[in-house]
Design a protein around this ligand. Sequence first.
Ligand code: AMP
Length: 114
Amino acid sequence: MITDVFCKILNGELKADVVYKDDDFWVIKDINPQAPVHLLIVPIRHFLNIEDFHKDEELLGKALIVADKVAHKQGLKNGYRLIINEGDHGGKLVPHFHIHLLGGKRLGPKLVKE
Ligand code: AMP
């Protein structure tokens, strides 16, 4: 059985601050925000990574549409940043595909910190 932290949130085992839900995605507030707005776009079905979407490419595209919709709902009219951490070198911690949505201030020019 898959028991990553996002599955637990989606199953109701763990609480989260959910800002958006539809049939395919939940968007939750990151527990350790790195910007004034830091949300996570999480598919309800368990996908480990981008490769896992090879039969569901439309759903992967929908994740971006959901992110943009939520960004507008959050009032991020001056822009936002989307990040996907993949694998060990990418710094992925939770083994359940998700997209970080960051905004609410002018973000630094660098994608990575040392
Ligand atoms: P990543 O490195 O892309 O796997 O990032 C996982 C993210 O999930 C981190 O930014 C964590 O702060 C966040 N996170 C971990 N546990 C929770 C939780 N219970 N609720 C909300 N966000 C979480």
